[in-house]
Ligand binder design. Structure first.
Ligand code: PMV
Length: 329
Protein backbone atom coordinates (compact mmCIF):
# COMPACT_ATOMS: atom_id res chain seq x y z
CA UNK A 1 0.00 0.00 0.00
CA UNK A 2 1.26 3.54 -0.71
CA UNK A 3 1.37 6.08 2.11
CA UNK A 4 -1.99 7.64 2.91
CA UNK A 5 -2.63 11.14 1.55
CA UNK A 6 -5.05 11.97 4.34
CA UNK A 7 -4.83 11.48 8.12
CA UNK A 8 -5.51 7.97 9.40
CA UNK A 9 -7.37 7.91 12.72
CA UNK A 10 -7.44 5.07 15.25
CA UNK A 11 -9.05 4.61 18.66
CA UNK A 12 -7.69 2.31 21.36
CA UNK A 13 -8.89 1.72 24.91
CA UNK A 14 -6.79 1.39 28.05
CA UNK A 15 -6.48 -1.94 29.81
CA UNK A 16 -5.96 -2.98 33.41
CA UNK A 17 -3.86 -6.05 34.14
CA UNK A 18 -5.36 -8.70 36.42
CA UNK A 19 -2.05 -10.53 36.19
CA UNK A 20 0.65 -7.88 36.09
CA UNK A 21 3.60 -7.37 33.81
CA UNK A 22 6.47 -6.35 36.10
CA UNK A 23 10.02 -6.74 34.81
CA UNK A 24 11.74 -6.86 31.45
CA UNK A 25 13.95 -9.63 30.10
CA UNK A 26 15.02 -7.25 27.32
CA UNK A 27 14.81 -3.51 27.98
CA UNK A 28 15.32 -2.33 24.42
CA UNK A 29 12.81 -4.63 22.76
CA UNK A 30 10.44 -4.61 25.76
CA UNK A 31 10.30 -8.37 26.20
CA UNK A 32 8.73 -9.11 29.60
CA UNK A 33 9.85 -11.62 32.22
CA UNK A 34 6.33 -13.02 32.60
CA UNK A 35 3.06 -13.42 30.69
CA UNK A 36 0.34 -10.98 31.79
CA UNK A 37 -3.44 -10.86 31.43
CA UNK A 38 -5.70 -7.82 31.25
CA UNK A 39 -9.17 -6.52 30.61
CA UNK A 40 -9.65 -3.70 28.11
CA UNK A 41 -11.91 -0.95 29.52
CA UNK A 42 -14.78 0.72 27.68
CA UNK A 43 -14.60 4.11 29.42
CA UNK A 44 -11.01 5.24 28.83
CA UNK A 45 -9.54 5.62 25.37
CA UNK A 46 -7.24 7.59 23.08
CA UNK A 47 -8.00 8.81 19.54
CA UNK A 48 -4.93 9.40 17.39
CA UNK A 49 -4.58 10.77 13.87
CA UNK A 50 -1.37 10.36 11.84
CA UNK A 51 -0.30 11.70 8.46
CA UNK A 52 3.18 11.38 6.96
CA UNK A 53 4.12 14.20 4.63
CA UNK A 54 7.05 15.20 2.48
CA UNK A 55 6.59 18.83 3.47
CA UNK A 56 7.31 18.31 7.20
CA UNK A 57 10.81 18.95 8.59
CA UNK A 58 10.25 17.10 11.90
CA UNK A 59 7.59 15.01 13.65
CA UNK A 60 4.87 17.20 15.10
CA UNK A 61 2.86 16.11 18.14
CA UNK A 62 -0.37 17.77 19.24
CA UNK A 63 -1.72 16.29 22.46
CA UNK A 64 -5.16 17.35 23.69
CA UNK A 65 -5.01 20.38 21.32
CA UNK A 66 -1.58 21.48 22.59
CA UNK A 67 1.63 21.41 20.61
CA UNK A 68 4.21 19.34 22.52
CA UNK A 69 7.84 20.51 22.32
CA UNK A 70 9.54 17.24 23.13
CA UNK A 71 8.26 14.43 20.92
CA UNK A 72 11.37 12.22 21.25
CA UNK A 73 9.45 9.14 22.43
CA UNK A 74 7.00 9.46 19.52
CA UNK A 75 9.81 10.00 17.01
CA UNK A 76 11.61 6.90 18.29
CA UNK A 77 8.43 4.92 17.82
CA UNK A 78 7.70 6.37 14.36
CA UNK A 79 11.26 5.49 13.31
CA UNK A 80 10.29 1.81 13.66
CA UNK A 81 7.29 2.39 11.40
CA UNK A 82 9.33 4.38 8.85
CA UNK A 83 11.98 1.69 8.76
CA UNK A 84 9.45 -1.06 8.18
CA UNK A 85 7.57 0.94 5.50
CA UNK A 86 10.77 2.10 3.81
CA UNK A 87 9.85 5.79 3.98
CA UNK A 88 11.65 8.79 5.44
CA UNK A 89 8.82 11.36 5.73
CA UNK A 90 8.02 12.98 9.05
CA UNK A 91 4.52 12.84 10.49
CA UNK A 92 1.92 15.03 12.09
CA UNK A 93 0.41 13.21 15.07
CA UNK A 94 -2.69 14.52 16.78
CA UNK A 95 -3.98 12.77 19.85
CA UNK A 96 -6.93 13.22 22.18
CA UNK A 97 -6.80 11.36 25.44
CA UNK A 98 -10.08 10.38 27.05
CA UNK A 99 -8.09 9.23 30.05
CA UNK A 100 -7.64 11.56 33.04
CA UNK A 101 -3.82 11.57 32.90
CA UNK A 102 -3.53 14.56 35.21
CA UNK A 103 -5.30 12.56 37.91
CA UNK A 104 -2.70 9.84 37.64
CA UNK A 105 -4.28 7.44 35.20
CA UNK A 106 -1.83 5.80 32.85
CA UNK A 107 -2.56 6.41 29.20
CA UNK A 108 0.47 4.81 27.58
CA UNK A 109 -1.42 1.59 26.80
CA UNK A 110 -4.19 3.28 24.81
CA UNK A 111 -1.80 5.92 23.43
CA UNK A 112 0.73 3.53 21.89
CA UNK A 113 -1.91 1.08 20.74
CA UNK A 114 -3.77 3.86 18.85
CA UNK A 115 -0.46 5.24 17.53
CA UNK A 116 0.64 1.80 16.28
CA UNK A 117 -2.60 1.33 14.34
CA UNK A 118 -2.83 4.86 12.90
CA UNK A 119 0.86 5.29 12.03
CA UNK A 120 1.33 1.90 10.41
CA UNK A 121 -1.73 2.36 8.21
CA UNK A 122 -0.75 5.95 7.37
CA UNK A 123 2.69 4.68 6.31
CA UNK A 124 1.06 2.26 3.90
CA UNK A 125 1.55 -0.88 6.01
CA UNK A 126 -1.30 -3.30 6.38
CA UNK A 127 -0.44 -5.04 9.64
CA UNK A 128 -2.43 -7.90 11.13
CA UNK A 129 -3.37 -7.88 14.82
CA UNK A 130 -0.33 -9.87 15.86
CA UNK A 131 2.05 -7.44 14.18
CA UNK A 132 0.12 -4.44 15.53
CA UNK A 133 0.50 -5.87 19.02
CA UNK A 134 4.25 -6.39 18.48
CA UNK A 135 4.59 -2.81 17.25
CA UNK A 136 2.52 -1.31 20.10
CA UNK A 137 4.70 -3.26 22.56
CA UNK A 138 7.74 -1.25 21.44
CA UNK A 139 6.03 1.96 22.64
CA UNK A 140 4.92 0.59 26.00
CA UNK A 141 4.60 -3.04 27.09
CA UNK A 142 1.00 -2.82 28.26
CA UNK A 143 0.00 -1.27 24.89
CA UNK A 144 0.51 -4.67 23.26
CA UNK A 145 -2.67 -5.81 25.06
CA UNK A 146 -4.85 -2.82 24.09
CA UNK A 147 -4.99 -4.01 20.48
CA UNK A 148 -7.70 -6.45 21.58
CA UNK A 149 -10.98 -6.05 23.44
CA UNK A 150 -12.16 -8.02 26.48
CA UNK A 151 -9.72 -10.38 28.20
CA UNK A 152 -6.25 -10.44 26.66
CA UNK A 153 -3.02 -12.30 27.37
CA UNK A 154 0.42 -10.97 26.45
CA UNK A 155 2.62 -13.98 25.70
CA UNK A 156 6.08 -12.98 26.82
CA UNK A 157 7.95 -14.82 24.07
CA UNK A 158 11.71 -14.58 23.79
CA UNK A 159 12.31 -12.09 20.99
CA UNK A 160 10.70 -9.33 18.94
CA UNK A 161 8.73 -11.70 16.72
CA UNK A 162 7.18 -13.96 19.37
CA UNK A 163 6.30 -11.45 22.12
CA UNK A 164 2.72 -10.27 21.48
CA UNK A 165 -0.79 -10.33 22.89
CA UNK A 166 -3.62 -12.67 21.98
CA UNK A 167 -7.35 -12.51 22.66
CA UNK A 168 -8.60 -14.77 25.47
CA UNK A 169 -12.27 -13.78 25.36
CA UNK A 170 -13.26 -10.73 23.36
CA UNK A 171 -16.78 -10.50 24.75
CA UNK A 172 -16.53 -11.61 28.38
CA UNK A 173 -19.30 -13.91 29.59
CA UNK A 174 -18.67 -12.71 33.12
CA UNK A 175 -20.65 -9.61 34.11
CA UNK A 176 -17.45 -8.01 35.36
CA UNK A 177 -16.90 -4.33 36.11
CA UNK A 178 -13.71 -2.51 37.05
CA UNK A 179 -14.23 0.59 39.17
CA UNK A 180 -11.33 3.00 38.88
CA UNK A 181 -10.94 5.05 42.03
CA UNK A 182 -8.81 8.01 41.04
CA UNK A 183 -6.89 9.34 44.01
CA UNK A 184 -5.03 12.58 43.68
CA UNK A 185 -1.40 12.46 42.97
CA UNK A 186 0.79 15.53 42.98
CA UNK A 187 4.09 13.89 43.88
CA UNK A 188 6.80 12.80 41.47
CA UNK A 189 6.56 9.06 41.11
CA UNK A 190 8.92 6.29 40.07
CA UNK A 191 8.06 5.33 36.49
CA UNK A 192 7.06 1.75 35.79
CA UNK A 193 10.22 1.44 33.70
CA UNK A 194 12.47 2.42 36.62
CA UNK A 195 10.36 0.51 39.15
CA UNK A 196 10.56 -2.72 37.17
CA UNK A 197 14.29 -2.42 36.70
CA UNK A 198 14.90 -1.87 40.38
CA UNK A 199 12.65 -4.80 41.34
CA UNK A 200 14.34 -7.21 38.92
CA UNK A 201 17.81 -6.16 40.02
CA UNK A 202 17.38 -5.94 43.77
CA UNK A 203 14.27 -7.68 45.12
CA UNK A 204 15.13 -11.08 46.63
CA UNK A 205 11.56 -12.12 45.85
CA UNK A 206 11.77 -11.64 42.09
CA UNK A 207 12.18 -15.35 41.31
CA UNK A 208 9.20 -16.21 43.49
CA UNK A 209 7.21 -13.59 41.58
CA UNK A 210 7.99 -15.21 38.25
CA UNK A 211 7.11 -18.69 39.49
CA UNK A 212 3.85 -17.82 41.21
CA UNK A 213 2.71 -15.46 38.45
CA UNK A 214 2.75 -18.28 35.92
CA UNK A 215 0.35 -20.30 38.09
CA UNK A 216 -1.77 -17.21 38.92
CA UNK A 217 -2.23 -16.63 35.22
CA UNK A 218 -3.42 -20.20 34.70
CA UNK A 219 -5.92 -19.79 37.55
CA UNK A 220 -7.33 -16.58 36.07
CA UNK A 221 -7.67 -18.21 32.65
CA UNK A 222 -9.58 -21.10 34.25
CA UNK A 223 -11.76 -18.63 36.13
CA UNK A 224 -12.57 -16.82 32.87
CA UNK A 225 -13.49 -19.99 31.04
CA UNK A 226 -15.59 -21.28 33.96
CA UNK A 227 -17.15 -17.88 34.64
CA UNK A 228 -15.87 -18.05 38.22
CA UNK A 229 -15.77 -14.43 39.40
CA UNK A 230 -14.50 -15.10 42.92
CA UNK A 231 -11.53 -17.07 41.72
CA UNK A 232 -10.66 -14.33 39.21
CA UNK A 233 -10.95 -11.60 41.86
CA UNK A 234 -8.97 -13.43 44.53
CA UNK A 235 -6.10 -14.27 42.22
CA UNK A 236 -6.01 -10.74 40.72
CA UNK A 237 -5.88 -9.12 44.18
CA UNK A 238 -3.17 -11.46 45.39
CA UNK A 239 -1.13 -10.98 42.19
CA UNK A 240 -1.29 -7.19 42.51
CA UNK A 241 -0.10 -7.36 46.13
CA UNK A 242 2.77 -9.60 45.09
CA UNK A 243 3.79 -7.03 42.49
CA UNK A 244 3.72 -4.27 45.10
CA UNK A 245 5.73 -6.48 47.46
CA UNK A 246 8.51 -6.30 44.84
CA UNK A 247 8.60 -2.52 45.25
CA UNK A 248 8.71 -2.75 49.05
CA UNK A 249 11.48 -5.35 48.93
CA UNK A 250 13.65 -3.55 46.35
CA UNK A 251 16.59 -1.33 47.23
CA UNK A 252 16.19 1.60 47.40
CA UNK A 253 12.68 0.57 48.38
CA UNK A 254 9.71 2.46 47.01
CA UNK A 255 5.95 2.32 47.24
CA UNK A 256 3.01 3.41 45.12
CA UNK A 257 0.51 3.39 48.01
CA UNK A 258 -0.71 6.68 49.45
CA UNK A 259 -2.72 7.00 52.67
CA UNK A 260 -5.95 7.17 50.65
CA UNK A 261 -4.97 4.01 48.77
CA UNK A 262 -4.98 2.08 52.05
CA UNK A 263 -8.34 3.58 52.98
CA UNK A 264 -9.91 2.33 49.74
CA UNK A 265 -8.28 -1.10 50.14
CA UNK A 266 -9.74 -1.37 53.64
CA UNK A 267 -13.11 -0.31 52.30
CA UNK A 268 -13.01 -3.13 49.73
CA UNK A 269 -12.25 -5.56 52.55
CA UNK A 270 -15.14 -4.26 54.63
CA UNK A 271 -17.50 -4.58 51.64
CA UNK A 272 -16.32 -8.16 51.39
CA UNK A 273 -16.87 -8.79 55.11
CA UNK A 274 -20.40 -7.61 54.53
CA UNK A 275 -21.07 -10.11 51.79
CA UNK A 276 -20.29 -8.08 48.66
CA UNK A 277 -17.96 -9.94 46.37
CA UNK A 278 -15.33 -7.42 45.37
CA UNK A 279 -11.56 -7.32 45.12
CA UNK A 280 -8.92 -4.77 44.16
CA UNK A 281 -5.90 -4.33 41.96
CA UNK A 282 -3.41 -1.46 41.55
CA UNK A 283 -0.87 -0.39 38.95
CA UNK A 284 2.26 1.73 39.38
CA UNK A 285 0.40 4.55 41.09
CA UNK A 286 -1.88 5.25 44.03
CA UNK A 287 -5.23 4.61 42.28
CA UNK A 288 -7.23 1.56 43.26
CA UNK A 289 -9.20 -0.47 40.75
CA UNK A 290 -12.06 -2.40 42.29
CA UNK A 291 -12.99 -5.65 40.60
CA UNK A 292 -16.69 -6.47 41.01
CA UNK A 293 -19.83 -7.68 39.29
CA UNK A 294 -22.21 -5.32 37.49
CA UNK A 295 -24.97 -5.99 40.04
CA UNK A 296 -22.82 -4.56 42.87
CA UNK A 297 -21.10 -1.74 40.98
CA UNK A 298 -23.63 1.03 41.65
CA UNK A 299 -23.83 0.23 45.36
CA UNK A 300 -20.03 0.31 45.63
CA UNK A 301 -19.82 3.57 43.70
CA UNK A 302 -22.48 5.34 45.75
CA UNK A 303 -21.00 4.10 48.99
CA UNK A 304 -17.54 5.39 48.03
CA UNK A 305 -19.09 8.68 46.87
CA UNK A 306 -19.83 9.50 50.52
CA UNK A 307 -16.15 10.22 51.07
CA UNK A 308 -14.75 10.71 47.55
CA UNK A 309 -15.82 12.91 44.65
CA UNK A 310 -18.06 10.79 42.45
CA UNK A 311 -16.32 12.14 39.29
CA UNK A 312 -13.26 10.26 40.50
CA UNK A 313 -15.04 6.91 40.64
CA UNK A 314 -15.47 5.49 37.15
CA UNK A 315 -17.23 2.21 36.48
CA UNK A 316 -16.00 0.45 33.31
CA UNK A 317 -17.11 -2.66 31.54
CA UNK A 318 -15.15 -4.60 28.93
CA UNK A 319 -14.04 -2.39 26.05
CA UNK A 320 -13.33 -3.17 22.42
CA UNK A 321 -10.06 -3.54 20.57
CA UNK A 322 -8.36 -0.97 18.38
CA UNK A 323 -10.38 0.38 15.46
CA UNK A 324 -10.19 3.00 12.72
CA UNK A 325 -12.41 6.10 12.73
CA UNK A 326 -13.38 8.65 10.09
CA UNK A 327 -13.14 11.63 12.41
CA UNK A 328 -11.11 12.45 15.49
CA UNK A 329 -13.47 12.92 18.43
O1 PMV B 1 3.53 -0.74 29.93
P1 PMV B 1 4.09 0.01 31.08
O2 PMV B 1 5.52 0.28 30.93
O3 PMV B 1 3.27 1.25 31.36
O4 PMV B 1 3.97 -0.91 32.40
C1 PMV B 1 2.76 -1.34 32.94
C2 PMV B 1 2.96 -1.86 34.32
C3 PMV B 1 1.68 -2.16 35.10
O5 PMV B 1 0.64 -1.30 34.72
C4 PMV B 1 1.96 -1.94 36.58
C5 PMV B 1 1.25 -3.61 34.94
C6 PMV B 1 0.57 -3.99 33.66
O6 PMV B 1 0.69 -5.17 33.30
O7 PMV B 1 -0.11 -3.17 33.03
Amino acid sequence: MPISHYPVIARAHTNIALIKYWGKANEKLIIPENNSLSMTLDNFYTDTSVQFSQSLTHDELILNHQLIDDSTRITKFLDLVRKRAGINFYAKVESINHVPTSAGMASSASAFSALAAASSKAAGLNLNFKDLSRLARRGSGSASRSIYGGFVEWKKGTNDSNSYAVSIQEHPIMDIRLITVILNRSHKRISSREGMKRSVQTSPYYDAWKKTTASDLQKVKNAISKNNFNQLGQVAESNAMKMHALTLSAWPDFMYFKPDTIKVINKVKSFRDNGINCYFTMDAGPNVIIVCLKKDSQFIKSNLSKTLKSDNIVVSGPGEGVKFLHKIK
